[in-house]
Design a protein around this ligand. Sequence first.
Ligand code: KG4
Ligand code: ZN
Length: 333
Amino acid sequence: MRVLAIETSCDETAAAVVKDGREVLSNVVSSQVENHIKFGGVVPEIASRMHIEEIGIVYKKALADANLSLSDIDGIAVTAFPGLIGALLVGVNFAKSLAYAAGLPLIAVHHLKAHIAANYIAFPELAPPFVCLLVSGGHTEIIKVDDYLDFTLLGSTRDDAAGECFDKVARSLGLPYPGGVNLDKICTGEPCGKYIFPSPKVDGAPLDMSFSGLKTAAINILHNAAQKNIEIDKAAFADDFSESVSRELCGRVETAFRETGYKKLVLAGGVAANSRLRKRASELCERVCAALYAPPLSLCGDNAAMVGAAGFYEAQAGNFADVSLNAKANCEI
Ligand code: KG4
Ligand code: ZN
């Protein structure tokens, strides 16, 4: 089955063609990063308008790159939730119109499930069950994946997502948007313990996390230093901060391994690109004899290939949408 997939949930306009959920025939991503830099973050209104300008171009390129025409496509998948509502609506309307005009089945895809499915593209041998650490700009979740469409939330953040935490701390460090990746770039890879951050626990919920305290503690260190004219060693700060976030995440994963008895860890989402997190996850998996699946950086951030992969499994299960499909800003996995 060849699925044409559309992704517009945040600041990437993307289209891809994916065969049988695993083989990428084309994968086009048009990033809006340059347009949001001067605002220090994604401006939802600008994101929606740029998706409208780009979506047709990106769609045509995805078909051309795959050497296919619309008549070769068997279904249209689109990210319908969760995400920025105005941004999602552009993709959903485009996909609905296309599916209706071409008489093709329409498949609504959950953005977080798509992030997980990115791993089916990267690792052809990967199959559930596994534990997934899903870390993106808006979500931080530990999920038990028992089948392609069987997800159980084991733990999540009670406040900020890990990505949000990276972005805000990066901004306070004076780094440009997108913060997480720029903070990662200045790391040396060797935390020195010069900067100490709290390790918040959620009472009675060992797999839940809280990142707002960590974020505030980091920002306070920077503000205090600025007030006292003390120079911050930015690389050391970035190293220690990344180590701290990674320790929080990997500690929870270890508990999830114990609770589930599973020996496979799948990383997913934009923050899965973080080099310290990947190193920590790899050390953990080696120590507990588990297999680690960390997607290539190109499949960590938002793209449509992952939507095509997730869409395939929805279609296999007979989950199709119709012309009444609407976008939702929030939606549990
Ligand atoms: O999954 P994603 O591309 O979009 C959402 O669905 O949210 O994730 C974006 C998040 C942003 O917060 C970004 O700063 C973060 O992923 N990110 C990183 C890195 N690359 C992207 N955070 C830490 N280190 C990175 N290398
Ligand atoms: Zn995402």
